[in-house]
Design a protein around this ligand. Structure first.
Ligand SMILES: O=C(O)CCC(=O)C(=O)O
Ligand SMILES: [Fe+2]
Length: 388
C-alpha cells in the first residue's frame, strides 16, 4: 500500500507539500553538524547544495507536458529548480547468450551480451578503448587514491582484527567527475545513457565515477551495491530513509554511521574493466540465475560465509573474467510495479571481485541512482561538476 503516493500526488497538485518531513526526521543533517562534522574535502560545497536544494525544492513546481504528464527535463532544464524522473526503463535481457546492438551515435555500435537474467547482467565488450582506459587511470592517479571503505562498515577495525582473506574489501579508490574527464566524460555519459535507456540528465545527476585499483591479494567480498528501501524483509511499506544521492549526511559521510542517515539508491551499476588481470580478479555473482530451490538453500545456509570470495569465488553461478575495455551492467533493484520508480533491491544482484592472484586490476563504477516515487522531485547532490 502506497499512502505516500496518494498524499504526494495531491500535495503536488495543490502545491502545498510538507517536504520538511525529511529534514526534520534526520537530525544528522542540520547546520550544526555540517560545520562540526568530519567532512571530506569538497563536502562543504555539497552541504550548500543540499540545503539550497531543499529551499528551492519546497517552492518549485512540477513541469508537465501538453497532456499534463510529468516530463523529463532537458539537460539545461534539469539544472533548474525542479525536475521529475519519468518511470524507470529496464532493458529486457531475453535469455543468456542473447545479444543486442545499440547505436549510441551514428556508426558507433555497442553490443550487449546477456550473461544473466535474474538479475539482468549484460557484458558489453569494447565499451572503452584502450586509450580511454589509460586516460581514466591517469586522471585517477593524478588525483591520488585512498583505501576503499564499505557503506556502513568499519574497515579499519576489520584490518586490525581479521585475516586479509576475511577483510571485506581491499582496494584503493578515488572519485572523478565526468567534467574532470572532459570530452571522454561527455562521451561516456552518452554511452551509459544509451545502454541504460535513461536520459542523459539522470546519468549526470548520478554519483561520480569511482575508480578502483586492486593489487595482488586485493578483493571485494560479495555485497549489494544498493540498499533495500524497506526497513526489513517483512516490511511492506518503504522506509523513509532518504537516498544518499539526494541527501548530504554531513558529518557522517564515509563513517560507519553513514547508513543510518541515508540509503544507497543505485538502480543500475555500470562497471568498467580498465585493465586485464593476469590471474584472478573475476567478478562473481553467486546468486545470479540460481533456481529458487538453490537460492533458498543459499539464504538458509549458516555453515558457510559464501560472501567470502577469497574462498568461494569459483562456486559462483556467474563469473566474469576481467577484460580491458569491457563493461558489465546490471540492475540492483526491481522497478516498483505500482509507481514505476525505484522498487525493492534485488538480492540476486549480490556480487563481488575475487582475489587478484597475479598482477593488478583497475575498474571504474558508474552508479546510476534513481529515487523512489515519494522522493522523485528532490534534487540530486551530484551535478558532476556543473554549476547550477
Ligand atoms: O572488482 C569487481 O570485479 C567488483 C567490484 C564491485 O563490486 C564494486 O566496486 O562495487
Ligand atoms: Fe559492487
Amino acid at each position: 500500500e502506497h499512502t505516500a503516493t496518494e498524499k504526494d500526488a495531491t500535495c503536488i497538485q495543490q502545491n502545498n507539500c510538507e517536504w520538511e518531513r525529511t529534514l526534520d526526521g534526520h537530525s544528522e543533517i542540520d547546520h550544526d553538524q555540517v560545520t562540526n562534522g568530519e567532512m571530506e574535502e569538497g563536502d562543504e560545497e555539497n552541504v550548500d547544495k543540499y540545503l539550497s536544494g531543499f529551499a528551492r525544492f519546497a517552492t518549485s513546481e512540477v513541469k508537465t507536458d501538453d497532456t499534463g504528464q510529468p516530463r523529463f527535463p532537458e539537460v539545461e532544464d534539469s539544472m533548474s529548480a525542479s525536475y521529475e524522473y519519468a518511470p524507470l526503463p529496464r532493458r529486457d535481457p531475453g535469455k543468456v547468450g542473447d545479444t543486442q546492438e545499440i547505436e549510441y551515435s551514428p556508426g558507433q555500435v555497442l553490443k550487449l551480451i546477456t550473461r544473466a537474467v535474474q538479475p539482468p547482467v549484460f557484458e558489453i565488450p569494447e565499451f572503452l578503448t584502450s586509450e580511454e582506459c589509460s586516460i581514466i587511470i591517469q586522471t585517477a592517479n593524478n588525483l591520488g587514491l585512498k583505501r576503499s571503505g564499505v557503506f556502513g562498515g568499519d574497515l579499519e577495525e576489520e584490518l586490525k582484527t581479521k585475516d586479509i582473506a576475511d577483510v571485506s574489501r581491499i582496494s584503493n579508490q578515488t572519485w572523478l567527475t565526468m567534467a574532470e574527464l572532459g570530452d571522454l566524460g561527455a562521451s561516456l555519459t552518452k554511452r551509459v545513457a544509451s545502454v541504460t535507456e535513461l536520459p542523459t540528465a539522470v546519468i549526470q545527476r548520478s554519483e561520480k565515477l569511482q575508480v578502483v585499483s586492486y593489487s595482488e591479494g586485493g578483493h571485494y567480498h560479495a555485497h549489494l551495491d544498493s540498499s533495500d528501501h524497506h526497513a526489513s524483509n517483512d516490511d511492506k511499506a518503504p522506509s523513509d530513509t532518504p537516498c544518499c544521492f539526494q541527501t548530504n549526511c554531513a558529518g557522517v559521510v564515509n563513517t560507519p554511521k553513514w547508513n543510518t542517515c541515508c540509503r544507497l539508491c543505485r538502480y543500475i551499476t555500470v562497471m568498467y574493466y580498465l585493465s586485464d588481470v593476469p590471474a584472478g580478479g573475476e567478478t562473481a555473482f553467486p546468486l545470479a540465475d540460481l533456481s529458487e530451490e538453490k537460492y533458498q538453500a543459499f539464504l538458509e545456509d549458516e555453515d558457510h560465509d559464501w560472501s567470502n570470495l577469497s574462498y568461494f569465488c569459483y562456486n559462483a553461478s556467474l563469473i566474469v573474467r576481467p577484460k580491458k575495455g569491457t563493461a558489465i551492467m546490471w540492475y540492483n533493484h526491481h522497478v516498483d510495479p505500482e509507481t514505476g520508480y525505484l522498487g525493492r533491491s534485488d538480492q540476486r544482484s549480490f556480487h563481488g571481485g575475487c582475489d587478484i592472484l597475479k598482477g593488478s586490476k583497475w575498474i571504474a563504477n558508474t552508479w546510476i541512482s534513481a529515487p523512489p516515487y515519494y522522493d522523485r522531485l528532490k534534487p540530486s547532490l551530484h551535478f558532476n561538476g556543473r554549476e547550477h
